[in-house]
Design a protein around this ligand. Structure first.
Ligand SMILES: *Cc1c(COP(=O)(O)O)cnc(C)c1O
Length: 382
């Protein structure tokens, strides 16, 4: 018997979330962001649920090849563009669109030999100070690109650093709009948070920032996977999103604690009264972070309880007492849902788990470990 732990990718949830993003930005085309191996879901496993997207956007050339190998003939965008000259050959061969965010990438394009001119996305650093040309240098970069025979269409792009927070997008949007106002080309500015909070369909309840933005292409990642981009201000259910990944395991042992006895490495949890705990076949080597402290929410037999003690490499421990007290019962072999959907339909959002661990859903889903067997489920109720 393999260890009783597995992950499930919910194709229906991916479809549903993608439809939700279309509804939020009805006039835009939608890139499904599948970087980091589809946020840990697996590009091949997520593909069926996401094939209704207008394009796939990612960072890694090897992942772009995998999207093409799945038979996808539509747009594929490299969000960081190329890293070296020979990457451009692959762009020509696989017809990849690519971001251009620095002079070095224009230099490479200028020396690239190709019969097929490339579609590029010129990225502005509108204030986040990660990738992109500053507003002062943006138009010169556009002019330089526009003069290259290697370049076909130029689209305009920026990325917001505070779309999910109090600062909002107004300060960056104003810069982007001022500089690009009279430039031709399609625009793409919206990640998940921007798409949900600042598209034309957004309401005042979505964000205090009155900015509204039209994107020709929106770029949702996290929302497509069913996690809220601005948790805890809104949770996934508020946005109508369904979890696309379930991580579940089973109880492989139980212990009865007397008051004063401790659990696990470092004896970090000490029982203050008699209680039963369950030992779960899931640890940090499966991707369940050791940063998850006592009190992290978990479902046992679909009922919410908490972890107790430190997460170890292959196991963690959960409080079974609430299930015993309410007569639900739990013991050896009981289903444990670390995040996602339990057999009884109960949902534990990855965002709740991430919050307890002081991180975000993105990090947890991306960290799902190789050793966890994953299956794809097409037909579950949402
Ligand atoms: C990752 C990424 C996105 C998607 O962001 P989410 O917050 O997951 O929606 C969009 N645009 C760029 C440039 C990205 O790198």
């Amino acid at each position: 018997m393999p260890r009783p732990i597995s992950a499930t990718i919910h194709t229906d949830a991916l479809r549903h979330n993608l439809a939700r993003m279309r509804q939020a930005a009805p006039d835009a085309r939608v890139w499904a962001i599948v970087k980091a191996n589809a946020y840990g879901h697996g590009i091949e496993r997520a593909f069926e649920g996401l094939r209704g997207a207008d394009g796939f956007a990612l960072l890694d050339l090897e992942e772009a090849q995998r999207v093409r190998a799945l038979g996808w003939r539509g747009p594929v965008l490299l969000l960081e563009g190329v890293f070296e000259l020979r990457d451009l050959e692959l762009c020509s061969r696989l017809d990849l669109w690519h971001t251009v965010h620095c002079e070095e990438q224009i230099d490479m394009l200028a020396t690239h030999k190709t019969n097929l001119p490339h579609r590029v996305f010129l990225k502005m650093n509108s204030g986040m100070n990660r990738l992109g040309f500053t507003p002062e240098r943006y138009r010169a970069a556009w002019t330089r690109l526009n003069a290259l025979p290697q370049v076909d269409e130029i689209s305009l792009m920026t990325h917001f650093g505070d779309a999910d927070g109090a600062l909002g997008i107004a300060h960056q949007l104003a810069v982007f709009e001022r500089v690009t106002r009279d430039l031709p080309g399609e625009r793409t500015v919206s990640n998940s948070a921007t798409t949900l909070r600042f598209s034309a369909t957004a309401t005042e309840a979505d964000s205090a920032d009155p900015s509204r933005v039209e994107s020709d292409w929106v770029r949702p990642g996290i929302a497509v996977y069913g996690s809220s981009p601005d948790f805890p201000q809104h949770n996934a259910a508020d946005w109508g999103l369904a979890p696309a990944m379930t991580l579940s395991a089973k109880i492989i042992g139980t212990q009865d604690l007397v008051a004063g006895s401790s659990v696990g490495y470092g004896s970090s949890f000490v029982a203050d009264k008699p209680m039963r705990i369950g030992v779960v076949a899931c640890g940090y080597a499966d991707g369940y972070g050791r940063v998850c402290p006592t009190g992290t929410p978990v479902l046992v037999n679909g009922v919410r309880t908490r972890t107790v003690g430190r997460v170890s490499m292959d196991m963690l421990t959960v409080d079974l007492q609430p299930l015993l007290d309410t007569g639900v019962g739990a013991g050896f072999g009981s289903e444990v849902t670390l995040w996602g959907r339990a057999s009884n339909g109960a949902v534990l959002s990855i965002d709740d788990v991430a919050q307890a661990a002081g991180t975000i859903g993105y990090e947890l889903m991306c960290a799902l470990a190789q050793r966890v067997p994953v299956s794809v489920l097409d037909a579950d109720a949402i």
